[in-house]
Design a protein around this ligand. Structure first.
Ligand code: ADP
Length: 221
């Protein structure tokens, strides 16, 4: 389906630590789309102490899925405000995928499935830090300093990046989210990207995969 570059509607799928957040952000910037991360939305609500934040805090910090009854309407409301989007972290269950599929005006162009072996993904999560000042995401493997390369702020690990919570998130991914691979493959939407390798390399693989959709947008004006 073609809908114009700035109106593309994409979903990013992949295990925790696959790097989908950073990739989704780069793709959104490159194609003029809105990056919507369910995890970022939930963490922002928790940090701001909103009613939503207090409802979801326990789930997020334990690495458990937030119930669809809470999250569905939040995602639907955000999607209704934007044009083209890169949705990252949602859907994570077949129930959520069905819900997304029923929302008016959000038929998807593609679902990008980022693959990374579990060992590599867990290593990345264990090294992941976020800057307590500017919010930049970094990995200790790519740093030679204890501070944020962007602003010098102190780096902290996310509460749900503790080893036991990572294991739990991985189990939930296998059980609840992995079935979406065949769900979207059956719908002809799935595009698989090898997420292993230096970031610029992975990104150029991804852009090559998306180029036909973008070209399709140019043809149609
Ligand atoms: P990850 O690094 O695991 O991809 P995210 O930032 O996407 O992390 O999500 C962090 C947490 O937010 C999840 O462990 C879960 O508690 C909650 N969450 C995010 N998206 C969803 C979703 N679609 N359904 C239920 N819970 C979600």
């Amino acid at each position: 389906m073609c809908s114009g570059v700035g109106n593309m509607r994409l979903v990013f799928l992949g295990p925790p630590g696959a790097g989908k957040g950073t990739l989704a952000e780069s793709v959104a910037a490159a194609f003029g789309l809105t990056h919507l991360s369910s995890g970022d939305m939930l963490r922002a609500a928790i940090a701001a102490g909103t009613p939503l934040g207090s409802k979801v805090k326990g789930y997020v910090e334990a690495g458990k899925l937030v119930p669809q009854e809470i999250l569905g309407e939040v995602v639907a409301a955000r999607l209704a405000e934007v044009g083209g989007f890169v949705l990252d972290g949602y859907p994570r269950t077949v129930e959520q995928a069905d819900f997304l599929g029923r929302l008016p005006g959000v038929s998807l162009e593609a679902v990008i499935y980022v693959t990374v072996p579990e060992e590599e993904a867990v290593r990345r999560l264990l090294g992941r830090r976020v800057c307590s000042v500017c919010g930049a995401l970094v990995n200790t493997e790519e740093l030679d300093s204890e501070n944020c390369p962007a602003c010098g702020g102190a780096l902290v690990a996310r509460a749900d990046d503790a080893p036991a919570t990572i294991k739990k998130r991985y189990e939930i991914y296998q059980k609840e989210t992995a079935p979406l691979v065949s769900y979207y493959r059956a719908g002809g939407l799935l595009r698989e990207i090898d997420g292993v390798g230096p970031r610029p390399e992975v990104l150029s693989r991804l852009e090559a995969e998306l180029a036909p959709l973008a070209a399709c947008g140019h043809d149609n004006g």
